[in-house]
Design a protein. Structure first.
Lengths: 301, 683
């Protein structure tokens, strides 16, 4: 594939590249979440002994980051591209650098650096070590070797690569505002920018996140999700349980953006979500999916 | 003699860990060689982002058998002693030990034979120890293994005398081990394929050919020289920054300094903000103009030789900086539309600490404290102190500090200046976090001193009140730094402040005492001198306390001082010895001696010298003339010496005389101890 010319080609190129590396290309998880890491394809698949190679785009929502479309570099809804390779292959960095070549970053022209950046998600009870990857001083990806998820030490280590797509695209297409990014090719019949597609959404959703979300309802949703999650954990159904955990997490983020959670309460809400995540992960580990694979395919990997 | 070369190649090692890791590698290997009884001439370790390397020169190819003897316990000693001996000597039972008569009885002896052999057989064990015990600040496992290292390990060169050592680094789990070899890789982008090396010189040369400079010191030199050439051409000066240089040298294997330009539209943003952006966020070196002001040039150090000569890299870096600085400029323009005063209500929304309320409440406390403190600071205008204290935290709710927390205080100063508030108020806002460390500048203007002290004392008093005191390793609220800040401000400006009046908890003063002790010891003051002054207790005026320490230290440096100390020691020793024999004695001899019982003129001499000394010491202490007080004590020496020459203290047949003489000696001690606790001084 030739060098991407617009935002959607960046996504297509990355999908193509990681498909070529043997990843299953998944579609986004159909729920609101703060980052690609929340996808079951990362959080749950990072646990247990079985190999797993996957890549996907995940729309990510951070209600607090909303700027009503006024800030050229910050959004409350944006895209992450995520690749997860478990166990991490010994040449994973070379594979990652291959993806940069694929999207048109020529390493004979640019300065690529791996700068220490450890990752931690308090709500998922997860942490790992790795780097942020710099290209000519600009952060273009994050790279993490997962060590713990849901408070559980991983059995096999996943290498997780996250591309912040808007930021990367701004770098590739030399734009200072996200909204000016070409979404499709500028020479299309109907050339559309990122702003054409999302500006209105940023304005409305920012207003919702900061001003209009019904907090009483959100508190209720949080409590409901928490209860439902525990109920599903008791029934040994970690996937439905985990969806409720994702829901609780996003509801908490909305409440946080509405400014109705004090600093002290904040910590206790994070803890409550972590407790759910932990219970889901533990239940997940009791399921067949995390027993050593006995199929021919499993053995081959 | 032979050479040992070790390289542990991994994925990118965090810059901040490299120097320490190289030192640890060298230490562990050197310790291992010593334990094995192997001499060598030199051991050097190096680090780059992708490797730790070590070379040991002058090792013997083999070492001879050696035997070592160890004496154990007496024959027939209790079982635990025997067991301890066997364990220490590595023996299974006494059958393997020998009985020997040493002339002082029969003892067990262990003769331990250490088998010699080829050095090459010892080295793999040392490598194994390194792999297991090198203390990375954070380490991780990877893939299917369970081995811990800073980042995934990729290859190991282990060469001794030109030959690859037999061995491997196991990765555990289901992973294949990494076998010792003689190959490595060069630069990640400027070199392809494996490099085979025959020894250290070959290794260094081939790495260089593969665009890797092994020695961090050389990388630093290349960066500095390259940067200077660039800045000279641009007629600006490179701002020296050893910490940044160290970090940047740890981010590159092949440093290529390049000169970038800051878009002129950003140059009216405060230089501190520009510097944070360039230095902290981007790891650029900043430059200055001949007048000392920040120049619009920066040096970025790339890790690549680009085929366009670096044009793309410089442009890319300039672009990143532009986007960071447009943020900063946006905030700079927006923030100045609102006054600091108008920002105050927003502080009610910011929690300082769950148990200590909001920043607004903290500000109220600081205002009150600063007002109290200002009374002890000549020249501190009460209204200005109040205003500065009230506004000192207002910039926390500005856009700039929200985005660049590093410039808190600094921005408040700019905003205050922009509002044409009194200069002393603006400076106090800018200074109130200082000093941030031992090398940071210390506030010296009266208003600044009051607010900076109030900020720190409030933190200390508040956290103390909720039981959040620092422990050995944990000091999350940087209270040690706050206490050291108070100490520096008070002592450097000679602020006469009765600290204890601000403390509700007595142990907070002890905390200060501990910090102060550490600080004066670091400045080379004798620890016993410090102890002698601190033992007096109850002193909360740090200026006075340090004046006393200084006076005592210089007094003890003189002959008069040393002689007096000897005399004091004799008096104190006798009293102490007698007190030991008779527990009730201390109470009996605490009063002044009975003049009528002073029979000998040497006794009378000491008594009148004491009287004279007391007469002089008291006013000297009151006027804080500690040197004068010490001089007054020095006059005691001759009468005391004469006393010891002629007078017997422990007269057996006249107990009333003995008691009176002990009272006299005790009074010498008491008089001298009113100046400093001389019993703490080590001869």
């Amino acid at each position: 594939m030739s060098k991407p010319q617009c935002f959607q080609e960046l996504i297509l190129t990355l999908q193509q590249y990681w498909a070529g590396q043997g990843c299953v290309i998944l579609q986004p998880y159909d729920m609101e979440m703060g980052a690609g890491t929340f996808h079951t394809a990362t959080t749950l698949r990072a646990l247990g002994p079985n190999p797993w190679h996957a890549a996907y785009v995940q729309p990510s929502r951070r209600p607090k980051d909303g700027r009503y479309g006024d800030n050229p570099m910050r959004l409350q809804h944006y895209y992450q591209f995520q690749a997860i390779l478990k166990p991490s292959p010994t040449d994973i960095l070379e594979r990652y650098l291959g993806s940069l070549e694929a999207i048109g970053i020529d390493t004979t022209l640019h300065d690529i650096r791996f700068v220490e950046d450890d990752w931690e998600s308090p709500t998922l009870g997860a942490w790992g070590l790795g780097w942020e990857v710099w290209c000519d001083g600009s952060e273009i990806s994050q790279f993490t070797y997962f060590q713990q998820v849901g408070g559980i030490e991983v059995e096999a280590v996943s290498g997780e690569i996250t591309y912040g797509l808007e930021r990367l695209a701004m770098y590739l297409f030399d734009k200072t505002s996200i909204y000016d990014l070409p979404f499709n090719r500028p020479d299309s019949d109907v050339p559309l920018t990122y702003g054409d597609v999302f500006l209105q959404n940023e304005r409305e959703q920012s207003a919702y996140n900061f001003e209009h979300a019904d907090t009483e309802m959100l508190f209720r949703h949080f409590a409901d999700a928490e209860r439902e999650c525990s109920r599903m954990v008791e029934r040994g159904l970690p996937l439905p349980a985990y969806e409720q955990c994702i829901k609780a997490s996003h509801t908490f983020n909305l409440l946080d953006a509405r400014g109705v959670i004090s600093v002290t309460e904040r910590q206790s809400y994070i803890l409550r979500v972590r407790t759910l995540a932990k219970a889901c992960c533990e239940t997940w580990l009791e399921t067949e999916a995390t027993k050593p694979a006995t199929s021919a395919a499993g053995r081959a990997a | 003699m032979a050479e040992f070369l070790l390289e542990l190649r991994s994925e990118e090692i965090p810059a901040r860990m490299q120097t320490r890791a190289a030192d640890d590698l060298r230490r562990l290997v050197v310790d291992g060689l010593k334990d094995a009884g192997l001499d060598f001439s030199d051991a050097r370790a190096f680090a780059t982002p992708r490797r730790l390397a070590l070379v040991v020169d002058g090792l013997p190819v083999a070492r001879p058998d050696v035997s070592e003897e160890r004496r154990g316990p007496r024959v027939g000693a209790p079982e635990p002693a025997i067991q301890g001996f066997l364990k220490g000597a590595g023996l299974d039972s006494l059958d393997q030990a020998e009985k020997r008569d040493t002339g002082k009885g029969e003892f067990w002896f262990a003769v331990m034979k250490k088998k010699g052999g080829p050095t090459a057989a010892v080295l793999p064990g040392i490598i194994d120890t390194v792999m297991r015990t090198l203390p990375w600040p954070k380490s991780m496992k990877w893939s299917n293994g369970t081995r811990l290292w800073v980042r995934p390990l990729q290859s190991v060169i282990a060469l001794f005398d030109g030959n690859v050592l037999t061995g491997e680094v196991g990765l555990a789990g289901t992973m294949a081990p990494i076998r010792f070899g003689n190959t490595t890789r060069g630069h990640r982008f400027l070199s392809r394929g494996d490099i085979t090396v025959a020894g250290f010189a070959d290794y260094v040369a081939k790495l260089r050919a593969a665009h890797v400079v092994l020695d961090p010191a050389e990388r630093k030199r290349i960066i500095l020289e390259g940067a200077r050439t660039l800045t000279d051409e641009a007629q600006v000066a490179l701002k020296n920054d050893e910490g940044l240089l160290e970090e940047v040298a740890g981010l590159v294997e092949w440093p290529v300094p390049m000169l970038g330009t800051v878009d002129p539209q950003f140059m009216d943003v405060p230089p501190e903000v520009l510097t944070v952006s360039m230095k902290t966020h981007q790891r650029y070196f900043v430059t200055t103009m001949p007048n000392g002001a920040l120049a619009n040039r920066f040096v970025v150090v790339a890790n690549n030789v680009a085929r366009d000569g670096g044009k793309t890299i410089v442009e890319g870096n300039e672009r990143v900086l532009r986007s960071r600085l447009s943020d900063a400029k946006f905030f700079w323009d927006q923030d100045r539309k609102i006054t600091l005063e108008e920002r105050l209500p927003a502080l009610k929304q910011i929690i300082f600490h769950a148990s200590l309320g909001t920043q607004a409440e903290r500000v109220e406390r600081i205002v009150k404290l600063a007002g109290e403190i200002a009374k002890s600071i000549p020249g501190a205008d009460a209204a200005q102190v109040e205003q500065a204290a009230r506004l000192c935290k207002a910039d926390l709710v500005s856009g700039m500090v929200g985005e660049f927390p590093e410039v808190q205080g600094i921005m408040g100063r700019y905003y205050a200046l922009g509002e044409r508030l009194p200069a002393a108020v603006a400076e106090a806002i800018g200074d109130h976090y200082a000093p941030a460390g031992p090398n940071d500048r210390c506030p010296s203007a009266p208003v600044s001193i009051a607010v900076a002290l109030a900020d720190k004392l409030d933190a200390l008093v508040s956290f103390w009140s909720i039981g959040e005191k620092p422990t050995g390793s944990r000091d999350p609220y940087a209270l040690r730094r706050a206490a050291l800040g108070v100490i520096r401000i008070v002592t450097e400006n000679r602020v006469r402040l009765p600290l204890a009046t601000f403390f509700e908890h007595a142990d907070l003063l002890d905390f200060f005492a501990e910090r102060l002790k550490v600080q004066v010891r670091e400045k080379g003051v004798r620890h016993d001198v410090v102890d002698a002054v601190f033992a007096l207790g109850g002193e909360d005026d740090l200026v006075r306390l340090l004046a006393r320490v200084d006076a005592l230290q210089s007094f003890l440096g003189t002959e008069a001082g040393r002689n007096l100390l000897t005399a004091y020691g004799r008096a104190a020793n006798i009293v102490r010895a007698e007190e030991k024999k008779d527990k009730s004695l201390a109470a009996t001899i605490s009063g002044p001696p009975d003049v009528a019982l002073l029979e000998l003129k040497e006794e009378q001499g000491v008594a009148s010298a004491l009287e004279e000394a007391e007469r002089r010491v008291k006013p000297a202490l009151e006027t804080e003339d500690f040197a004068g007080a010490m001089q007054a004590l020095a006059r005691l020496r001759a009468p005391i010496d004469a006393f010891f020459d002629k007078v017997t203290v422990n007269v057996q047949d006249r107990p009333e005389l003995r008691l009176n003489r002990l009272k006299l000696l005790n009074q010498i001690r008491a008089t001298m101890d009113s100046v400093a606790d001389f019993s703490k001084i080590e001869g």
